[in-house]
Every structure is written in C-alpha cells, then in structure tokens.
Design a protein around this ligand. Structure first.
Ligand code: 3H9
Length: 710
C-alpha cells in the first residue's frame, strides 16, 4: 500500500521514487515510512535494476521535518522515530548499501537531510536552479544523517568544512565543478538523464561507488588536522557560547582520520546531544518565529493579494534615506530620491553609489549587478513623477513640523492609491499624518540603521491603516530580503520601547554602584554584540538622551534614568563620533577610560548616593533582559504586537540579541513565567524601583503557570 507522499513510476527496469510532501518536501515520518515501504517493494522486484529518487517540480527535499525536530528539542517528543518508521540515517544507509544503485535527480533545494540522502545515492544529476547545502548549523545542530562523512568524501574536507560552517547552499555550477553533481541538465531532461545514468550503473557501464568508501578527496592526515585546527580557532573567535561548530568539526575530523564508521558514530552522538541543547531550541524557535512574523491575522490571511509595487519615492537622502534607497535598488526597485537642493540630491546619489560599491567590493554584488542597481536611481528636487508612484518613504530628519509638512505635500502630489510611509523612529503616525486625509494609506516603515544592512523593518500601522496598504508594504519588505515585524503605532514602536527598560535598568545599576564596564562585560558574555554602554557610545549619547526623554515621558510608570549619559553629553562626550563617551575611541577601537569614574561618581551623587547593590553577573543580565520581557508583555497586552515570538525576531534582528538563546521571550520562558515574575518582584524589593514591577500580563501568566510564548 503506497502513501501519497511518495509515488513510484516504473519505466522498463528503472523505478523513480517521487517525493511529494508540500510545502518544501521535508522528510517527515510519513515520507520516511513511505520511502522505506517503496524500497522494500522495489528490492523484491526482479525486473527493477536501478532507482531514481526525486522531488516534485522544483522541490527536491528541504531536509528533516523541522517541526518534529522542534518538538524533540522541547522534550515533548521522543527522538526515536514512530514504530515501523526507519530513521533518516538508517534510510540513507540503506540507499547506499542496497542491492540496486540509485541516482538523485535534483531540481530546487537539496538541503540538510535532503542532500544527505542525495549523497548516499551512487550519483546525482541536477538542474541549473538546484541549490545544495547542509544548513544544520544555522539551527544549532550538525548534519545527522551522514553529511559530516559523505560531503568531505565528495568535495574534500576544506570545502565541506566551509559549506557546513557557513551554512549557505551552493549553486548548480559550483556543485558540478566540485563533483557533488555528476551531471547538469535542463529541467525537462532531468528524470530521463537520471534514469539513463541509473541504468548504466546497474549494467556496470558506469562503476557504482559507495560514497562512504571514497578516500581520494581526503587530504593527508596532517593537512586535515591543521585545517580543522584553523577552522576551530576561527569559529571560537567568531561565535561565543555555542559548541555546535566544534561538534561538527569533531565529527568531520574523526571520520576523515579514523574512518567513516567512527565518524558516523561520533556524528550521531553529537547530533542527538545537540538536539536537546539550548542553542537548538533557540534557533529552531527563531526559524518558525521568523516565518510566523510574516503572517498578520485578519490582514495577510483575509486581505487582498499583495501587489508588486512599481517605482518608489524616498523623501530625504541622508544616511537613512540613502540606505533605504540602496536596499530598494538592489532588490530591483526603481527609486526617485527627492531632496531639498540639487547639492543634497547629488550627495544622496553619491551615498547610494558608495554603498553599492562597498557591496561590490565585498562580493555581495557583482560589478554588473551594482551598476544595474545604480541605474535604477534618480535624484531630484521637485515632486515631478510622484503622481505615478505606488509608495513613498519619508526619511527626513526627526522633526514633527517637517514631517507634517512633507505629508501635506505628499497628499497633494501623489495619487490616492499611493502608500505614504514614514521612517520615523519616535513620532506617532497619527501625528505625522495629522491635517491630511491620508490615514488609511499611511504606515510606518521603520528601518534600522544602517538600512542597507540591517534585516529588521518594523511595519507600523494605526487603526486607520488599510489592509491593502499593509499587505503591499509587507510584500515590499520581503522583496528587500528583510524581515517585517508588524506593530501598532505607539511611542518607540517595539524595539526601542522594550529596550528602553534595558537602558533604564543599566542606569539604575550604575547609580547603585555597579560599574558600567562590568555591566557591558556581563551582557557581552551573555551574547549581546556589545554591552549597553558601548552600544550607547556607538549610537551617539546625544541621540540616546533625546530618545530617552521622549520614551520616559510616554511611559512614565517605573521610568528610571541615571544622569550619567546627560553628564557625558554635557562634557562633549557623545560617544564614538566625538572620540569619547563611556569609552575613549581611537581608530575605531573602544578603550576603557579611567576618566569615566568621575562622571559615574557625579551621577551617583545626583541619585542621592543610594547604598551599593551587591549583584552577580547573572543578576545583571536578568535585571536588564527581564526588564525587556516585562515591557514586551505590556506591549502584547495592549495588542501593540501580534505575538510573543515577534518580540524575539525583533530583538534578534534589531538589537543583535543572541539567536541561540531564541530571543528574550524564549529565553525567559526557559525559566518559566513564575520565575521571571518572582525575579522581577525581588529586584523591585531590593532596589525599591517600580522599574521592575511585574506587568499585569506577566503576573497573570505566572499565576496560571502559562507559557510566555502563548
Ligand atoms: C536536517 O535536515 C537534519 C538532518 O541533518 C539530520 C536528521 C536526522 N521542515 O522558508 P519558507 C516550512 S535539519 C518543516 O517560507 P522559502 C516553513 O516553516 C533541516 N517545515 O519558504 C514554511 O511554513 P509556513 C535542514 C519547513 O521558499 C514553509 O515551509 N534544512 C521546513 O522562502 C515555506 O518555507 C533546513 O534547514 C522543514 N525542513 O524557503 C532548510 N522548511 O508556510 C530549512 C521549510 O507554515 N528551510 N518549512 O510558514 C529553508 O531554508 C527554507 O524553508 C527553504 C524555502 C529555502 C527550503
């Protein structure tokens, strides 16, 4: 009895197994069971001498079923497959060792377990659009079905290490050149060519070689040891707090030096161990959270289909406007930058060109792509042509009067269909569009700086924003290869609002005698790209003080501000840009500065010399991060954000929160709502500051023993 997820077509002596498991042909238990059943049947058929394994259309196999892995990682599902279903490693081994040779016919993605299965076949044929990779490390895992053993044997240890540690798939031409693909053909010819090759393997016209027995691509042992040692040192430098890259290198090294059997055993043990690690739980959560963020209930599931927006206008070509324009032209969108004067328009175009040149120099774009992207851009000082635009992004400086004036001008110069987006980071949308009738077509597109690099865009809506405008804006963000998190307009939107508490808690600790550098060290060790004080220097302390003033006024309950940043600003210490802030800055390096202590002492004096607080590094981290979680709970309670996992996506992409901890909500949920509430209540009691007063939603979740992620 055949399952519909795997179909078998017989042509003379070759059987083609077609996997059809939408949306991405993941290898879930039903697929594994169906493949195993089909192999049982075909092994027993004397008229069949060879096999072809393929996917459906341009979907080969996207790997193991991640929803299943997520449940195993969470401890709610046993790692062993359901009874009667083979494990993926067992199925892969069976394909390699079985009586009949097999060929993988690959169109589209062959990722993770998909490539592992293909590598166990005797040969692989692909199309120009196939992409092959082992992205397991992106999920805090390592390949678990022989990938660490077969890939080095097919492409050499060096390339295999690069592919696994990098995680990005390679294209068909490179795969063919490396020998990972044995042939490259057009889509229409794929299955026929695979069958032909399978037949040649069966007759012996082409020798059947089992991948695990190959050794000619393996370098001499000393070279392998040296190469792995270099890769190990490199990843230790780049990645903190995680052990999956080292585990992957161990499995590769063991197999390459001691033989495939030892390597497979090591790989299996490490894969199973990592499956229950915090990093895998965190990263699997982020995988699904990122995809969930694209879905806005009542809008993307009910509203109109998105339209591809034609030409886009950008008002203001400063750092932000030119960064946004760069992202747009790179994604193939035609852009008009409007500036106040010819000189400023020229400067804006120069900024975009410089961004594109940097992309080309770093290999992110080819010279030709950069040239074509640049040709999509024009600069002007008038509103000529704005009546034909589908979207305008206002990226002028952060002044209410200026933005209001620009919105009034935009209303006069654009069609009633044109979406009016503002890139404000602090001003409420209703204030920006006040005095116009443009409410339904007004929304916020809050890019993070630098806009051509940062992946997060907060898509901000008001009660008036139409689903049509929202759906189109979400589509545009996707086209820019960025991730949208949808937020209701509120001061600070999501990221700046929740991280306001992070900054406040940092200031409170400083006023209570915890040194700013100790706080930075604790948060850096936790996994943030830098501590909050170093971060303040980078963003500019004048900017930070101004933003804090707006946010403290908007959320006065529990607001706490140390005077430290204001004191530094008053002394002309604005951060990196002025050569000193909390740190001294020279040649791009931040050095600790003993002069800071004088400002800290003054800030403490202004705070009334409260008694010093004894805290551990763990408590420092929790005071700052649980503060973020507490404020996120308030935002969730108000409906300002769609779901808790959106907070995680926003914090990771907007603030560099470590993805291997899953984001602040996922990380806090690991302790449980009750523990988070109790910790905050204790901080409240110890400091006497309402900053730590647990929010209503957190308190309710704690009382109900509920998850923070529900
Ligand atoms: C592995 O293989 C372990 C083995 O080594 C060892 C095992 C023993 N499973 O991304 P999209 C869903 S680890 C389940 O929006 P795209 C996804 O959630 C695996 N579901 O599409 C979404 O659902 P929804 C190694 C999956 O076209 C829908 O499919 N493989 C899986 O932009 C569409 O996804 C990987 O890490 C999955 N494996 O990109 C590859 N993959 O519509 C992970 C996707 O409900 N996948 N979904 O939101 C990807 O990188 C991208 O999905 C892919 C398509 C490039 C394939």
């Amino acid at each position: 009895m055949k399952s519909p997820v795997v179909r078998v077509e017989r042509e003379h002596d070759v059987a083609t197994l077609i996997i059809d498991n939408p949306p991405v042909n993941a290898l879930g238990a039903p697929v594994l069971a169906a493949l195993s059943e089909a192999l049982d049947e075909l092994d027993a058929e004397p008229s069949i001498s060879a096999l072809v394994v393929t996917g459906h259309g341009d979907k080969f196999i996207a790997g193991a079923d991640l929803s299943r892995l997520e449940r195993i990682a969470a401890g709610t599902l046993e790692p062993s497959p359901p009874s009667g279903t083979p494990s993926l490693p067992a199925l892969v081994a069976r394909l390699e060792q079985g009586p009949k040779p097999s060929v993988a016919a690959i169109d589209g993605f062959a990722l993770g377990g998909g490539l592992e299965l293909a590598m166990a076949c005797a040969a692989r044929v692909g199309t120009a659009r196939c992409r092959l990779g082992l992205p397991e490390l992106n999920l805090g895992l390592i390949p678990g079905a022989g990938g660490t053993q077969r890939l080095p044997r097919l492409v050499g240890v060096e390339k295999a290490v690069e592919m696994m540690l990098g995680g990005a798939p390679i294209g068909a031409v490179e795969a063919r050149a490396l020998g990972l693909l044995d042939d490259l053909v057009g889509e229409a010819a794929l299955r026929e060519r695979a069958r032909e090759l399978a037949r040649s393997l069966a007759t012996g016209a082409v020798t059947r070689r089992r991948t695990l027995t190959l050794t000619e691509r393996l370098a001499p042992p000393d070279e392998i040891r040296a190469l792995i040692a270099r890769a190990r040192a490199d990843t230790r430098r780049k990645l903190r707090n995680v052990d999956y890259p080292g585990a992957c290198l161990d499995a590769i090294e063991e197999g390459a030096l001691l033989g495939a059997e030892a390597g497979l055993a090591r790989e299996r043990a490490e894969f199973l161990r990592l499956l229950s690690s915090e990093a895998a739980r965190g990263k699997l959560h982020v995988f699904f959270a990122t995809r969930a963020a694209a879905k806005v209930p009542g809008v993307t599931d009910a509203g109109p289909a998105p339209r591809a927006l034609g030409r886009v206008g950008v008002l203001g070509g400063g750092t932000m406007g030119s960064g946004i324009a760069t992202a747009l032209v790179r994604a193939g969108v035609e852009v008009i930058i409007k500036e106040a004067t010819d000189e400023r328009a020229e400067a804006a175009l120069a900024r975009v060109r410089a961004n594109l040149e940097r992309d080309a120099a770093k290999g992110r774009l080819s010279d030709d792509e950069a040239r074509r992207a640049g040709s999509r851009l024009t600069g002007q000082t008038s509103y000529d042509g704005f009546d034909a635009l589908a979207l305008v992004i206002e990226a002028a400086s952060e002044s209410v009067e200026l933005k209001q004036q620009l919105f009034q001008e935009l209303e006069a110069h654009t069609s009633s269909e044109c979406i009016l987006a503002t890139n404000t980071s602090t001003i409420e949308l209703a204030t920006v569009s006040a005095g116009t009738q443009a409410g339904p077509r007004t929304l916020g597109l809050h890019f993070f700086s630098p806009a051509q690099v940062m992946r997060l865009v907060e898509v901000v809506r008001t009660r008036e924003t139409s689903p049509r405008a929202l759906v189109d804006a979400l589509e545009l963000v996707k086209r820019l290869k960025k991730t949208a998190v949808t937020v209701r307009s509120c001061p600070g939107f999501l990221v700046n609002r929740i991280f306001m508490r992070y900054g406040q808690a940092c200031g409170l600790l400083i006023d209570r005698g915890v040194h700013p550098y100790r706080i930075d060290d604790a948060l850096y060790a936790f996994g943030m790209p830098m501590g909050p004080n170093r971060m303040g220097d980078l963003a500019g302390l004048d900017v930070s003080v101004a933003a804090a003033r707006v946010l403290d006024a908007a959320y006065p309950d529990g607001a706490y501000r140390s005077a430290l940043r204001q004191l530094l600003v008053d002394a002309g210490r604005l951060g990196d840009k002025s050569g000193a802030g909390h740190y001294r800055h020279e040649d791009g390096r931040a050095e600790r500065d003993p002069a800071l202590d004088r400002f800290v002492a003054e800030a403490r004096r202004l705070a009334g010399e409260p008694p010093p607080l004894e805290v551990t590094d763990d408590e420092i981290v929790k005071m700052l991060v649980f503060g973020v979680v507490n404020e996120a709970c308030r935002a969730l309670d108000e409906g300002a954000v769609v779901r808790a996992s959106d907070v995680d996506v926003a914090a990771i992409l907007g603030m560099g929160f470590p993805d291997y901890r899953g984001g602040p909500m996922k990380w806090a949920d690991g302790f449980g709502a009750r523990a988070v509430r109790d910790a905050l209540a204790r901080f409240h009691e110890r400091t006497g500051s309402a900053l730590f007063s647990p929010s209503a939603l957190l308190t309710a979740r704690a009382a109900a023993g509920a998850s923070l992620l529900d």
